[in-house]
Design a protein around this ligand. Structure first.
Ligand code: SF4
Ligand code: SF4
Length: 386
C-alpha cells in the first residue's frame, strides 16, 4: 500500500446515540446557571486548555506524520517557526492546561522549551508533554524535569520493545528513550508514561513491554490505532485482539470514502461538547495562530496556500502576537460566527474538515485505547473516540 494514501479514519461519536440526543442534552445544559455563564462555547473551553504545537523541528521520520506526507515526501520544507515566549505567557494567562502534542514537531526541540516550562510553573498551568525524539542529551532532560516537576505529565513514545521502536519511529534511539523514562521517574512528581502504539512488528511484545514498564514503576499507555486505510496496511497488527475486526474496518473505510460532505450529514461538533473529558481542546498552530482544534491544522484545511475562505477569515483575527489578550480572539466576530454556523448546522459555511471529523457515525465503531497506570495505580480502561 502506498504510504501516502494512508490517512486517518473518521472519528466516532460514541457517547450519544444521535445528533438529536446530543442537542437535547446541550439545550438542557444551556438553561442551567453554568450554561448561561458559559454561553459562549469557545470561552467554555478555557479550563479544557489547549493543544499546542510550538515549533517546526523534529529529527524523526515517522511515516504517518504530516511532516512526511505533506512536506518532506514532496521535497518541501516543513512550515512553522519557534513560537515566542510572549505568546506562551499570553496563553498561560487564559488557559490552565497545555498539551504539547506536536502536530508537526517534537516540543523538546523548541530552543526555549525549558523556559516555557518555567512560565507555566509561574502561572500554575498543568502540562502534558509528548516526546518521541531522543536527540536531546540526558543533561538537557534533567534540567527540563527540574524546571517544572510538580504538574507536568511526560509521555514518551516507545512503539515496541526499546530496540525495535525505531521501525516506526525512524531515527529514534529506543534504548536511550527508556533510560530517559527511568531518569524522569527520579525527578517528576507525576509518574511518567511509556506510550506504545501497537503495530504488526511489535504486537507480540505488548505484554512484555507493559511488564517492563510496571517493574520499573512507570505508567503504560497502550494505543490501538485507527490509522489504517485497509486490511493490507503493512503496519496493521495481525492479531484479532489488536485490530479492528474486518466488519468494523469495512464500515469505517466505507464511511470515510462514501461520505457525501455536500449532502445532509449529521454533525456533532466536538469543540462544543461541555463535558471536559470528551470535548476537543482549542489548539495553537506552529504558525502562531489560535485555532478551534488541532484537526483543522492539516494541509487541506489550513491550505498552507491560504485559499480556504472560512479558515482565512478565522486566521485573520487569530494571530496570538497581534492581540492584547486571548479573549480578543475567542470573542471576535469571526470566532462567534464560526461557532454559530456549527451550532446552527449552516453546512455551506462549515469546514469540510469539521464534516469529516465531527460527523455522526452510526456504526458505533468505538476504537479502543487502554490506559494502564502501573501496578499500584491499578488498571484503567478507557474507550475513547479516535
Ligand atoms: S515524532 Fe512526532 S513530529 Fe516527529 S516525525 Fe514522529 S509523529 Fe512527526
Ligand atoms: S473539527 Fe471542527 S467541529 Fe470538530 S472539533 Fe474541530 S473545529 Fe469543532
Amino acid at each position: 500500500m502506498n504510504e501516502e494514501k494512508r490517512r486517518q479514519l473518521g472519528k466516532t461519536m460514541a457517547k450519544w446515540k444521535s445528533q438529536e440526543d446530543w442537542e437535547v442534552e446541550e439545550a438542557d445544559w444551556n438553561d442551567t446557571e453554568k450554561g448561561r455563564e458559559y454561553k459562549n462555547y469557545w470561552f467554555y473551553k478555557r479550563p479544557k486548555g489547549i493543544n499546542i504545537d510550538i515549533t517546526h523541528r523534529c529529527p524523526l521520520e515517522c511515516s504517518s506524520c504530516q511532516r512526511q506526507t505533506e512536506f518532506l515526501n514532496h521535497g518541501k520544507k516543513v512550515h512553522g517557526y519557534d513560537l515566542d515566549l510572549s505568546d506562551i505567557e499570553k496563553l498561560a494567562k487564559y488557559y490552565h492546561q497545555f498539551s504539547f502534542c506536536g502536530q508537526f514537531s517534537d516540543p523538546v526541540h523548541h530552543p526555549k522549551f525549558i523556559e516555557m516550562l518555567k512560565i507555566l510553573r509561574r502561572y500554575g498551568c498543568k502540562a502534558s508533554i509528548h516526546n518521541a525524539s531522543t536527540f536531546k542529551s540526558m543533561k538537557w532532560y534533567i534540567e527540563a524535569f527540574k524546571a517544572y516537576p510538580e504538574n507536568t505529565q511526560w509521555i514518551f513514545a516507545i512503539d515496541g520493545l526499546p530496540e525495535e521502536s525505531h521501525k516506526y519511529r525512524i531515527n529514534q534511539d529506543g534504548p536511550k528513550m527508556f533510560q530517559i523514562l527511568l531518569e524522569a521517574k527520579k525527578h517528576l512528581h507525576m509518574t511518567p508514561s511509556w506510550q506504545f502504539i501497537i503495530f504488526s512488528y511489535n504486537e507480540h511484545n505488548v505484554d512484555k513491554a507493559k511488564q517492563m514498564a510496571f517493574d520499573n514503576g512507570l505508567g503504560f499507555i497502550e494505543i490501538q490505532s485507527s490509522r489504517w486505510l485497509g486490511q493490507d496496511d503493512p503496519l496493521m497488527p495481525k492479531s484479532q485482539k489488536y485490530k479492528l475486526d474486518s466488519k468494523k474496518l469495512e464500515i469505517s473505510k466505507g464511511k470515510f470514502e462514501d461520505v457525501d460532505i455536500k449532502g445532509p450529514i449529521k454533525l456533532m461538533p466536538r469543540c462544543m461538547i461541555k463535558d471536559k473529558a470528551t470535548s476537543q481542546q482549542a489548539a495553537v498552530s506552529n504558525r502562531g495562530h489560535l485555532i478551534p482544534c488541532c484537526w483543522v491544522d492539516n494541509a487541506k484545511t489550513m491550505t498552507f496556500n491560504g485559499k480556504n475562505r472560512i479558515m482565512k477569515g478565522l486566521l485573520k483575527v487569530s494571530k496570538i502576537n497581534e492581540v492584547e489578550d486571548i479573549e480578543q480572539i475567542v470573542f471576535s466576530k469571526e470566532w462567534q460566527e464560526f461557532g454559530k454556523n456549527l451550532r446552527e448546522r449552516n453546512m455551506d459555511k462549515i469546514l469540510h474538515c469539521c464534516k469529516h471529523h465531527c460527523r455522526l457515525r452510526e456504526d458505533k465503531d468505538k476504537l479502543k485505547i487502554s490506559t494502564y497506570y502501573g501496578k499500584t495505580g491499578g488498571v484503567k480502561n478507557k474507550n475513547i473516540i479516535g
